[in-house]
Ligand binder design. Structure first.
Ligand code: SF4
Length: 411
């Protein structure tokens, strides 16, 4: 399918795992896990509940319902679950109330700072020992947190470290929210630069990307509860829905469901290949829903919400970075109309000796040029804080992390 304009370089590297074996199903295809394995559930937390349910639970704990509002304020605005700090609550029964409503969820195992303190990667241990990560990034004018939505992932992409061990379990809504609260607490304490010196007092996470561990739309109900809490101005975090990006490798029925929610989040489709031949190997869920179906669902998302859709495209040397693929992608997007989409090519980090390595600069530039020539708005994205960026996953606990985690007592 390579056009003559691609010559002389027509090398085609096929996706393959390196250093691990992909699990296969009975038909020999990469195994896809949609259902979360049954494990002990994390304790129910205020952020898992609707405002009415919070009041009911507070009453069950022997306090008047209005105390729920105070707890919301402490947790979502002051980022605390420390009963001692909540002096507006009666001393008698306070500990029990806070323990019942704001149970401990995440233990920090490790914190890694890069980019001169502008990027912080957190490794968290969940109540059952499962490990997840989040990445906090300061950009000019915004602070973005990349959150995990599942421990592990069941989508089995051959380039992805997260997918290798399969899906451990879905995270609860509160475990997702707690990542944001902890990041906000760190920012307030000056962990991302002294807020007074920077003139940024009161700043907090402004943007959320669901591009950490997991496939967010495979954990639909909990991710949507988390998004509701993030955007709830009265009883939640009061963030802008536009600043929240929900990404997927292409779970088409869930994209349709998302379009029908009344929360206009930014939607990102991690496409990575415009042709089924390659995408079947690169993104195994493509065996379920093909490129055209995923693009149709993305277009329908735009029609329903009026929100421009992002297409994420990791540029992998000689695998998916050919000029003809940029042309094909441009054509497929234009077939579905104009002005509804933009493309974010993401160069991988150079990994010498690996087939999963970055395209060279000239190839990246040519890929962008071809998309732009077809009238597609295109922005080369950076990969801060991640080794390989498939726009989700690539966050994984190493053996060393596992050891440190085992030695870290709950906070
Ligand atoms: S790339 Fe994303 S969808 Fe694929 S296995 Fe990794 S976390 Fe899951």
């Amino acid at each position: 399918m390579a056009s003559s304009s691609d010559s002389p370089r027509v090398r085609q590297v096929r996706p393959a795992t390196e250093g691990w074996t992909q699990k296969k199903d009975a038909e020999g295809r990469p195994l896809l896990q949609f259902a979360s394995p049954k494990r002990g559930k994390p304790p129910v937390h205020l952020a898992d509940l609707t405002p009415d349910e919070r009041q009911t639970k507070v009453k069950d704990l022997g306090m008047p319902g209005f105390r729920a509002k105070q707890l919301e304020k402490h947790y979502f605005t002051h980022y605390t679950n420390d009963a001692a700090a909540m002096t507006d609550l009666p001393a008698s029964g306070r500990e029990e109330l806070v323990a019942g409503m704001l149970p401990h969820l995440l233990t920090e195992v490790k914190r890694l700072e890069t980019d001169r303190g502008d990027t912080i990667k957190f490794l968290w241990k969940l109540h059952d020992g499962a490990l997840v990560e989040s990445v906090l990034m300061r950009y000019p004018g915004r602070i973005t947190l990349c959150v995990s939505s599942q421990a592990g992932c069941g989508m089995n992409c051959p380039f992805c470290a997260t997918g290798q061990a399969g899906l451990t379990r879905n995270m609860s809504a509160a475990e997702i929210i707690e990542q944001v609260v902890r990041a906000n607490r760190l920012i307030a304490e000056g962990g991302l630069g002294d807020p007074r010196k920077l003139g940024h007092e009161g700043e907090r996470v402004t943007n959320i990307v669901f591009m950490g561990m997991g496939e967010p739309l495979a954990n639909y109900a909990r991710v949507m509860q988390a998004v509701r809490v993030m955007t709830d101005k009265k009883n939640g975090m009061g963030m802008s829905a536009r600043g929240i990006t929900v990404s997927t490798v292409g779970l088409v029925p869930a994209i349709t469901k998302l379009a029908n929610e009344d929360i206009p989040v930014t939607f990102a489709l991690s496409l990575h290949a415009p042709d089924d031949e390659l995408r079947d190997e690169l993104i195994p869920v493509n065996s379920r829903w093909k490129v055209d179906e995923a693009l149709d669902a993305a277009r329908a998302y735009f029609e329903k919400t009026g929100r421009r859709v992002s297409i994420e495209y990791a540029l992998i040397k000689d695998m998916n970075d050919h000029g003809w693929r940029a042309d094909l992608l441009g054509d497929k997007l234009n077939e579905r109309g104009r002005g509804w989409v933009h493309v974010n090519p993401i160069p991988l980090n150079p990994t010498p000796g690996s087939i999963w390595t970055s395209s060279d600069q000239a190839t990246q530039d040519e890929f962008v040029r071809r998309l732009e020539a077809k009238g597609i708005p295109t922005t080369l994205r950076d990969t801060r804080g991640k080794e390989i960026d498939g726009a989700c996953g690539q966050l994984v606990a190493t053996e060393d992390d596992e050891r440190v985690a085992a030695e870290t007592p709950p906070e």
